[in-house]
Each structure stands twice: as C-alpha cells, then as structure tokens.
Design a protein around this ligand. Structure first.
Ligand code: NAD
Ligand code: 0WE
Length: 259
C-alpha cells in the first residue's frame, strides 16, 4: 500500500540524477504513482527517456515552457496515454547567468527580469491552465519548488528571488482559483542542494557550508527528503493543505542567529 497508489503524475524538470524533480519522481514511484516526464530539449531527450524507464515509465514528452504550443501539446499527447491526471510537479527555474552575480541593483535588467519571471513563475500558471481539464473531477494536486530567496534578500540570488516571490503568490492565487474544483496547489521551499542549476554558482559552496553549520539539523537537505514531502503534499493525506509553502530545509528558515 503506497501513499499514491492509482495516481498519475506528470514530472516537469528532470535534467540529471541530481535534479530535485528526480528525487520527487523516485519517491512518488515508490509510493505507487504512475509517472510521465517532460524534457526541455532534444539534448535532454535520451537522458530523460532513460530516467523514465528506470521508474517503469514509457511516457516522455518535449516541453520548452516558453512555447505555448509545446505546453498544449504535452497535455494533448498525455490524453492518448491517460484518461486523467492527478499530480503536476513543476521543478524548473531560469534566469540569465549574469543576473545571478553582483548586487541586485547592478545586475537586474528588463530582459533578465522578464525571462526569470516567465520561465520561473508564469510557466507554473501556464502548465496549471493546460493541466486543469485533465484534472477535473479528481482529487488532484499541483506542486512547485521555491527557495528562501523569495522572502529574504540573499546574496547573488537577485532577480531569481523576485521571481520566486511571484511564484509563491502564484501558488496562493492558483489555489484560490482551483480549490472549488478540488485541485490543491502547494510549494516546497527547499534548502540549497548541489544540482545542475546550482553548479557553477558563485557562493554555492559557502551556502551549503553555512547551512551545515547553522541550521537546526546541522546538515543539508537531500533530493530524497524533498521527494518524501512532495509525495505527502500530493497525496490524499494532505487533502486540507492548499496554497501553502512548506520549508524542507533542515530548519534553516526558523533561525535568526545560530544558537
Ligand atoms: P535542475 O537543473 O536539475 O533542474 C532545473 C530544470 O529546469 C531542468 O530540468 C531544466 O531543463 C528546466 N528548465 C529550465 N528552463 C526551462 C525551460 N525554458 N523550459 C523547460 N524546462 C526548463 O535543478 P534543480 O535544482 O533541481 O531545480 C529545480 C527547481 O528547484 C527550480 O525551481 C529551483 O529554483 C528549485 N530549487 C532549487 C534549489 C537548489 O539549491 N538546487 C533550492 C530550492 C529550490
Ligand atoms: O533556484 C535556484 C537556481 C535557479 C537557477 C540557476 C541557474 C544556473 C544557470 C536559475 N537560473 C540559472 N541560470 C543559469 O544560467 N536555486 C535555489 C539554487 C541557487 O541558485 C543560487 C543560489 C542557490 C541556492 C544563485 C545565487 C545564490 C544562491
């Protein structure tokens, strides 16, 4: 008996075996869900097909979220495999590299701001809108990934923090809008994790070390721990939880100065 027996989940955002989306997919599969995956571009296609196969899935679809056409096509094609969808996992973010270094006021540009917001926040609304018809009449759930930079100014995170604040507000508005249809919408705010998206970011190592030194649990979080909370939030055990941002960060958000 798994938490997600009989549920069907679409996972958006697997790029490597370190991806948070991969930790979520593994936990959801373990709890009995059937999975489908999207990949951003042809470069990632065979890799994602391999990951899908590892979790008994043969459904992999292209989805570059700046393309309205590709977003719609994902759900058109999903209909050929499944008669409904229970879970949507959105685990993507992007800002142009130059936005993530220096002070916010030096780095931010109109273009960088627009791109970060489009890919990191609007894409959740866009995927949610497209998923909605398939979720009608089911106890469905949508989930996205945020970071504490949404609510505190953090060095170098810059416009990504502003975009994550938008994403968190998006969670509340989507929850209010979709709640009457029985669809829940939540986010996990994860602590720093070494992934493709965080590799090569200046100060990442310092962030990881800081959390190890000052967080209540004195360590960093793993993608499997994020996956476990994701599985719970998208399960019927969380049937009264919606519009919520859940921290999975070894308690880092709860402290001021380390004791
Ligand atoms: P990752 O690089 O493994 O995943 C990022 C994904 O975003 C990739 O699969 C990539 O293909 C996808 N993506 C980027 N632009 C896209 C586009 N235009 N269209 C479609 N897909 C696109 O990194 P990750 O760390 O697993 O990131 C996943 C999520 O977790 C992001 O929202 C990130 O902000 C969030 N997060 C990460 C951390 C961390 O420290 N790694 C902490 C908290 C939250
Ligand atoms: O959300 C993120 C990272 C998202 C991200 C990563 C990249 C790297 C490659 C968005 N856009 C890009 N653009 C690229 O060109 N995290 C929570 C991880 C992260 O990113 C940071 C962090 C942490 C933690 C950036 C600066 C400081 C800390």
């Amino acid at each position: 008996m798994g938490l997600l027996d009989g549920k069907r989940a679409l996972i958006v955002g697997v790029a490597s075996d370190r991806s948070i989306a991969w930790g979520i997919a593994r936990a959801m599969r373990r709890e009995g869900a059937q999975l489908a995956f999207t990949y951003q571009n042809e470069k990632l296609r065979t890799r994602v097909e391999g990951f899908a196969a590892e979790l008994d899935s043969a459904i992999t679809l292209p989805c570059e979220v700046t393309s309205e056409e590709q977003i719609n096509s994902v759900f058109e094609q999903l209909k050929n495999h499944w008669n409904g969808l229970d879970i949507l996992v959105h685990s993507i973010a992007f800002a142009p590299r130059g936005q993530l270094e220096g002070t916010y006021m030096d780095a931010v540009t109109r273009e960088g701001f627009m791109t970060a917001h489009e890919i990191s926040s609007y894409s959740f609304s866009a995927l949610g809108k497209a998923a909605r018809p398939l979720m009608r009449g089911r106890k469905a759930a949508m989930l996205t990934l945020s970071y504490i930079g949404a609510v505190r100014a953090m060095p170098n995170y810059n416009v990504m923090g502003v975009a994550k604040a938008s994403l968190e507000a998006n969670v509340r508005y989507m929850a209010a809008s979709l709640g009457p249809e029985g669809i829940r919408v939540n986010a996990i705010s994860a602590g720093p994790i070494r992934t493709l998206a965080s590799s090569g970011i200046s100060g990442m190592r310092d962030f990881l070390t800081l959390v190890e030194q000052v967080s209540p649990l004195r360590r960093n979080v793993t993608i499997d721990e994020v996956g476990n909370v994701a599985a719970f939030l998208c399960s019927d055990y969380a049937s009264a939880v919606t519009g919520e941002i859940t921290y999975v960060d070894c308690g880092y958000n709860a402290i001021g100065l380390s004791c």
